[in-house]
Design a protein around this ligand. Structure first.
Ligand code: NAI
Length: 778
């Protein structure tokens, strides 16, 4: 069995560099090679600068800066032998079959027996790539198609040829899934595979129809945006984001590769005014956000930055205007309401969706193993909210077929097959999908892959209120799910935490705290605190703080193991829940931190206490209590958020023994496994005491903040909040010989919190956050 322990990536451009970084994120050593640039002093210049550039890129390709050290750079002339001990060689060079094949011939001479070679091609079928290469090479060859940017886009399309070794292919798929955390979708060997075949058709149709139907850029983006389940950047905005110069190449490559009868041909023409406009834009450097601007641009005018949009007909920029279609509002009632709306937006939505959905239905069997693969590919590769077949279910297949027929357009057989039924069927706890043969078949999830939705299907929660629920995940493990808006924690969430802390009474032996949402929890619902403060209901507020503390302590001191499974944002109160769990099993993309200072408060549900204890008991940090406290103080007083689970380790939020799961769909299973392992010989934690320095430490912290204030890096009110934080972390009126209990630290938190909530400036911060969704630095 092929085992992947070392990787080589050839081509250090946008994709190659990003793939190398992500392999490094998985902790795997990687060799990165590119050509020797003409006239350069440093022959490995391209690969080296690619790594340096990535250390400055935002969003960061690396989950932790230190991962860059796992990449060994070189060039294809002097260092080709570096691939000799690599188990997987991933080619990501220019999209040209001849150049790619020449490279494979060279690689074949130096690679070790049994190593796998793959191409990251976006469009070229495997059959074309292996033409003329030997049998041995073909057996070790496959396609691994990542999406840009490789760290963040979850789709990984894989394709095997008729001769590809099964075990090599299996090893690649497992590596992509478990180590790289990707949604690995097997595709048939056809041009553009699944994502780009449909995605390129979609973007071509959407832009062309916008022009032909006389919509402005903003109008098109207001429909092929949120209303059709696409990120709000919209279709032209997406072009700006990915680079307008990329489009013509990919389309040209696809046009060459797809069969003559493919409907893509109907929408691509060199003579179309939009093709000419984009060519002119590229020529003039309007390649999108990376260039001078694109369909949108920002310009300075009279000392202000204003946003402008290109007029598709004149090619001139004019101030951006917000589109205001009634149909876009109707979309809230469903996709049908959108495409049936008579206004121009509704007509445009129908034009785009009718083409894209019937194209998907007509092609699915040729390009994919099943309809779910198509949906998953579009959702994870193009960030669509719903896949094409989910959308057809939303519209109703029979209705769609009738409307197409009514317009004299072809109706794909698969659409007819779904008439009167749906592509997805839920029966009790079972989920099945309609096969190409017209029969339903169960969706079998691989071992260790499930979301809470799979537990919830057809079942009732063990306990539930409007903000949170408890589910039975089997084997004696319960899952506590938050489900309020943005998973902001309110009274109901706290109540359910309290309930979860005694689920042993219901026969459970472990608890996982996790959910399927994009964000684990954005923190406490501060609206309630603001309301209370405006009415001067201080006892009510203090009680809310105390109740939250009690619930967290109950979670921590429960007689069974609790494993928090955060993913996405876990901020403020959400972070505090994690800090009170016995262990954390985090998704690699977890953005966690105590951000209360941003709303003029301090972490009052035990966050100050836990971060102090974590840092004070961290035996790896030398130098006594001061450096440990400074670390906690810095994190809290600057509202620091780890931008990955790996970074959260540096902040002591994740401790030794806590785990990181790369694949979002494996997080809960891994957390459950951890919880069960801990349940075997679990003992309740002993109350913790720490020796804290008291006022001497507080003085040092105040001095540090004062320094930031003098440098203009902190506002005066920041120093006021920081002093309250410092007072808690240093232990209040104590000295290093005295032991400070958890209870005492919680008391200090409450005092600090109550002092701050009475301050007008704190209320301004809260109000600003609630209305503007970003912190105010007053
Ligand atoms: P790029 O232009 O950023 O990088 C290509 C790299 O190949 C450059 O660093 C170049 O120096 C190197 N190169 C050029 N000629 C070479 C040769 N003869 N031998 C070895 N290296 C050579 O291109 P990008 O975007 O990274 O694309 C690479 C591959 O990934 C292509 O096959 C592309 O279709 C595919 N792809 C691109 C995506 C994107 O969004 N940019 C997404 C998915 C796949």
């Amino acid at each position: 069995m092929t085992e992947i322990n070392k990787v080589a990536v050839i081509g250090a451009g946008v994709m190659g560099a990003g793939i190398a970084a992500h392999v490094a994120n998985a902790g795997i050593p990687v060799v990165l090679l590119d050509i020797v640039p003409e006239g350069a002093d440093d022959r490995s210049f391209i690969a080296k600068t690619a790594v340096e550039r990535m250390l400055k890129t935002n969003p960061a390709p690396f989950m932790h800066r230190k991962n860059a050290r796992l990449i060994e750079t070189g060039n294809l002339e002097d260092n080709l032998d570096l691939v000799a001990d690599c188990d997987w060689i991933c080619e990501a060079i220019v999209e040209n079959p001849k150049i790619k094949r020449d490279l494979y011939a060279r690689l074949d001479k130096v690679r070790k027996a049994g190593s796998v070679v793959t191409s990251n091609t976006s469009t070229i079928p495997l059959e074309v790539l292996t033409e003329g290469l030997g049998e041995g090479f073909a057996q070790d060859f496959a396609i691994t198609h990542f999406f840009n940017p490789p760290r963040y886009m979850r789709l990984l399309e894989v394709v095997k040829g008729p001769r590809t070794r099964d075990d090599a292919y299996a090893a690649l798929k497992a590596f992509g899934d478990v180590r790289l955390g990707k949604e690995v979708i097997e595709c048939k060997d056809t041009p553009g595979f699944i994502g780009n075949r449909i995605g390129i058709f979609w973007s071509t149709v959407a832009t062309r129809q916008a022009y032909d139907m006389g919509l402005t850029v903003e109008e098109a983006d207001s429909i092929v945006g949120r209303p059709t389940g696409v990120p709000k950047t919209g279709i032209f905005g997406l072009g700006d984001l990915t680079g307008i110069d990329l489009g013509p190449h990919v389309i040209a490559s696809m046009i060459d590769l797809v069969p003559a009868e493919d409907p893509l041909h109907d929408f691509v023409s060199q003579d179309h005014p939009l093709t000419k406009l984009t060519a002119k834009m590229i020529e003039e450097g309007y390649t999108g956000r990376k260039g001078k601007g694109g369909f949108y641009r920002r310009v300075r005018q009279d000392g202000r930055t204003i946003k402008e949009t290109i007029d598709l007909r004149s090619g001139e920029y004019r101030p951006t205007q917000k589109a205001d279609f009634e149909s876009a509002k109707a979309a809230k009632k469903g996709l049908r309401a959108l495409v049936e709306h008579p206004d121009k937006g509704g007509q445009y939505a129908w034009a785009v969706l009718s083409h894209v959905l019937s194209y998907s239905a007509a092609l699915a069997e040729e390009i994919a193993a099943d309809i779910r693969s198509v949906d998953l590919a579009m959702k994870t590769g193009y960030a669509w909210k719903w896949g094409p077949f989910e959308m057809i279910d939303m519209l109703d297949a029979g209705w769609l077929a009738d409307r197409l027929a009514g317009e004299g357009r072809p109706v794909p057989a698969l659409l007819e097959a779904a008439r009167g039924r749906s592509f997805y069927r839920e029966e009790g706890e079972k989920l099945s999908i309609l096969g190409f043969d017209g029969e339903y078949r169960d969706v079998d999830l691989p071992e260790g892959v499930w979301m809470l939705a799979d537990i919830k299907r057809g079942r009732q929660p063990v306990k539930s209120n409007a903000s949170a629920s408890i589910w039975d995940a089997g084997d004696g493990v319960a899952v506590l799910e938050f489900h309020s808006k943005m998973n902001a924690l309110d009274e109901g969430s706290i109540e359910m935490i309290r309930q979860a802390a005694k689920i042993d009474k219901l026969g459970f032996r472990a608890l996982v705290v996790g959910n399927d949402a994009d964000n684990f929890s954005v923190g406490a619902n501060v609206g309630v605190a603001l309301f209370g403060a405006n009415a001067a209901m201080w006892p009510l507020i203090e009680n809310g703080v105390a109740e939250g503390q009690k619930a967290m302590q109950a979670l921590k001191n429960s007689p069974f193991p609790v494993v928090a499974a955060p993913a996405g944002m876990a901020l403020g109160g959400g972070c505090e829940v994690c800090l009170h769990a016995d262990a954390i099993q985090a998704h690699a993309e977890t953005y966690i931190g105590l951000v209360e200072v941003g709303v003029g408060l301090l972490p009052g549900w035990g966050g100050c206490k836990e971060l102090t204890i974590r840092n004070m008991t961290n035996t790896k940090r030398p130098g006594g209590p001061m450096p440990a406290l400074s670390a906690a103080f810095e994190a809290i007083s600057t509202a620091k958020v780890a931008t990955s689970a790996q970074e959260a380790r540096d902040m002591q939020i994740l401790r030794e023994g806590d785990g990181i799961t790369m694949n979002r769909r494996r997080v809960l299973a891994d957390a459950k496994k951890k919880a069960l392992a801990m349940a075997a010989d679990y003992t309740q934690p002993e109350p913790i005491v720490v020796n804290l320095p008291g006022p001497t430490a507080l003085a040092a912290m105040k001095m540090a903040v004062e320094g930031f204030y003098l440098q203009g890096k902190a506002t005066e009110y920041d120093t006021v909040i920081a002093e309250q934080v410092g007072r808690v972390l240093s232990g209040g009126d104590t000295d290093i010989t005295e032991e400070v209990t958890e209870k005492k630290l919680l008391e200090l938190e409450r005092e600090g919190f109550m002092t701050l909530i009475r301050n007008e400036k704190t209320l301004q911060r809260i109000e600003h956050m609630l209305t503007k969704n970003r912190p105010l630095r007053n």
